[in-house]
Design a protein around this ligand. Structure first.
Ligand SMILES: NC(=O)c1ccc[n+]([C@@H]2O[C@H](COP(=O)([O-])OP(=O)(O)OC[C@H]3O[C@@H](n4cnc5c(N)ncnc54)[C@H](OP(=O)(O)O)[C@@H]3O)[C@@H](O)[C@H]2O)c1
Length: 327
């Protein structure tokens, strides 16, 4: 049974596992498999689906496909779903197609709503910090998104701690609560833990949805011996590079051995790890097909990790301030 955790001290509850559409939902992918995954996820209690303007490929196509599935299959279930999108990474040519200006964020949100055929999204994120735009401007765009009814809540993704603290305060002064923060977080990428971001979120009662808890699949047994031909690392359009996998392979083998000694597969240990910090509301996973989705969801039935296992994980993959692996 899926459990739901409160997102900080907001009224929003999110499932422990959420499904993301960064890969496997673009026009390059099998539409019927994407549709089947969305159905299966919803049937298993996943109510939170994570998008961004640029997911595909091509960019925007994940929103188009999800918009089609929502309209055709989920029109009676809109109020049971949390649909998110983001703006900030490169989306269109010219000076307004990326980063944190009001122009980019609000134009991008309108484009996303059109692709999704929705009047509003549940959560709208600033996808990345912009070093060249005043935080007041970016936050004012998020506030406008809420005030105009085009987003119910707003969030921030990948902001470093100092910018996150300032952005939360600016939003507060604008009368808008930063409900959620979205960082990468896994056994191989413990940057938000080492930087004190998770403790800060917990203290401020801001929700936290972590992405790539399987480090894009590196925390599954598939890469222990080789790079399989059908894996993300072997896909031309995948974001995981072979050399990233090779650089982590020794740790992957040690972690796989540890997981086996605890009677669970590596990806189940990875999911349990990603959900253990008090600050974490949900982990956003990716899946290539329904079987993989089910396999990852089975991690929720695994026993919580013991103190000894956590110590052994620390010994193999300690929390470091800079990311070991981008996810
Ligand atoms: N805010 C941001 O900047 C940001 C950045 C990245 C991601 N995200 C969000 O986070 C979501 C998840 O990211 P992610 O896809 O990297 O998450 P992930 O769960 O770490 O990796 C998913 C990949 O791992 C492999 N996998 C999954 N289940 C498996 C299983 N049971 N056995 C073996 N392999 C398995 C699959 O890759 P194969 O193709 O190799 O089978 C799958 O596509 C994204 O869709 C997006 O919504 C946000």
């Amino acid at each position: 049974m899926m459990k739901y955790r409160r997102c900080g001290d907001s009224g929003l509850l999110l499932p422990e596992i959420s499904l993301g559409f960064w890969h496997n939902f673009g026009h390059v992918d099998d539409f019927q498999e994407s549709r089947a995954m969305m159905h299966r996820a919803f049937d298993r209690g996943i109510t939170h689906f994570d998008l961004a303007n640029n997911y595909g490929p091509p960019p925007g196509s994940a929103e188009e496909n999800v918009g089609k599935i929502l309209a055709e299959d989920f029109s009676n279930h809109r109020d049971e779903l949390i649909i998110t999108t983001k703006a900030g990474h490169t989306m269109w040519n010219g000076p307004y197609g990326e980063w944190g200006s009001r122009k980019h964020l609000l134009a991008s949100l309108d484009q996303s709503l059109k692709r999704l055929s929705l009047p509003y999204v549940d959560i709208f994120y600033s996808h990345r910090p912009d070093p060249h735009t005043r935080l007041e401007e970016t936050m004012s765009a998020l506030a406008t998104a809420v005030q105009s009814g085009k987003a119910l809540y707003v969030g921030l993704s990948k902001y470093p701690l100092n910018m996150l603290k300032q952005a939360v305060e600016i939003l507060r002064q604008m009368g808008v609560h930063c409900v959620i923060y979205q960082p990468p977080y896994s056994i191989l990428n413990r940057w938000p833990e080492a930087e004190g971001i998770l403790d800060y979120l917990n203290q401020e009662k801001i929700g936290c949805v972590v992405f790539s808890p399987l480090a894009q699949g590196m925390l599954s047994p598939k890469y222990v011996d080789s790079i399989p031909a059908d894996s993300r690392a072997a896909r031309a359009e995948g974001f995981l590079q072979e050399d990233q996998v090779l650089a982590q392979q020794e740790k992957i083998r040690a972690l796989d051995h540890l997981a086996k000694s605890q009677g669970m597969p590596l990806h189940h240990m990875a999911i349990q790890f990603s959900l253990k910090h008090r600050a974490v509301t949900s982990a956003i996973i990716g899946a290539r097909n329904v079987a993989q989705l089910d396999d990852t969801l089975a991690a929720l039935d695994a026993p919580a990790l013991s103190e000894e296992t956590l110590k052994n994980i620390d010994a193999i993959a300690p929390a470091r301030r800079s990311a070991d692996a981008e996810g």
